[in-house]
Design a protein around this ligand. Structure first.
Ligand SMILES: Cc1ncc(C[n+]2csc(CCOP(=O)(O)OP(=O)(O)O)c2C)c(N)n1
Ligand SMILES: [Mg+2]
Length: 280
């Protein structure tokens, strides 16, 4: 990956992180740690990987994306606004009375395929979409982002079987492996290891990467199917709260709202990363 591309994505991700923090601060609610955790994954997907048309959100050939860890909607809304699917001004209505920008993904918002939020359902929906593409001889791919705590949902494993059974090599799952869920460490709340072995044994091609490394993200998100006839699962090792020092790796920040002084500190940390020189 070219240095300029990495710099562009890093600058964009910092901007998204700042916008989502401001949005959460204004609304006085939101999933701060969860959204900061997946910002680099979503930024790479939306700005560098997926085939989309902003002026035609329902374009039939578009790649599909489902945010199965729907609580982390803030990074998602901020990216959709930055890309132009919705107006940036609308972010000010997040979680306000009668807004479309409710606290979990809402498919009344252009660019959003599916309402999610009850964990454990995104992969099943993605299996259906990927199967439909195969049946219709379409080339689009289906991406689905799950949480690691979400792996404790039984329905994930039913979908895992179906994805392999139907040979859905157009299906790419991503697990945001930040090792925390709502109340603490995933391995304390409900052990999910060995995760690589589980997915391999369910018949998936598994790739393990650094979920904050744009080069690694781009490479594996772009190079599927890795093996014809097999769905792919990308285990993205991440840090919950990534990008803001005092939020990183703290379960308490799952859905904590920053105070005014915390927001100022986050602005100080993130602002220098925005708008880096992409010619460098
Ligand atoms: C079926 C279901 N049960 C419980 C919840 C409540 N809940 C919201 S977020 C969350 C933790 C999710 O952790 P993880 O999947 O690791 O996501 P992260 O925020 O760490 O990326 C839980 C249990 C839910 N949304 N859906
Ligand atoms: Mg987690």
């Amino acid at each position: 990956m070219k240095l300029a591309d990495v710099q562009f994505l890093a600058g964009k991700a910092a901007e998204i992180r700042l916008n989502l923090l401001k949005m959460i601060f204004k609304a006085k609610m939101g999933h701060t740690g969860s959204s900061l955790s997946d910002t680099d994954i979503l930024t790479t997907l939306y700005y560098d990987v997926m085939q989309l048309r902003v002026d035609e959100p329902d374009w039939e050939e578009r790649d599909r994306f489902i945010l199965s860890k729907g609580h982390a909607v803030e990074s998602y809304y901020c990216i959709l606004a930055d890309m132009g699917f919705i107006d940036k001004e609308e972010l000010n209505t997040f979680c306000q009375y009668q807004t479309r920008l409710i606290g979990h993904p809402n498919n009344k918002v252009p660019g959003i395929e599916m309402n999610t939020g009850a964990l454990g359902h995104g992969l099943s929906i993605a299996v259906g979409m990927a199967k439909a593409a195969k049946m219709d001889n379409k080339d689009y791919r289906v991406f689905v982002l799950m949480g690691d705590g979400e792996q404790a949902e039984g329905s994930v494993w039913e979908a895992a079987m179906a994805g392999a059974h139907f040979g859905l090599d157009n299906l790419i799952g991503i697990i945001d492996r930040n090792r925390l869920q709502i109340t603490g460490a995933t391995e304390e709340v409900m052990g999910i290891e060995p995760l690589v072995g589980k997915w391999r044994n369910f018949g998936w091609q598994v790739l393990e990467i650094d979920g904050h490394n744009y080069g690694e993200l781009k490479k594996c998100l772009s190079s599927t199917p890795v093996e014809e006839g097999k769905p792919t699962m990308i285990l993205a090792n991440t840090i919950k709260g990534k990008g803001v020092s005092f939020i990183e790796n703290k379960a308490g920040w799952h859905h904590r709202v920053p105070s005014a002084s915390e927001l100022n500190q986050a602005v100080e940390e993130l602002s220098p990363l925005i708008g880096v020189d992409i010619d460098g």
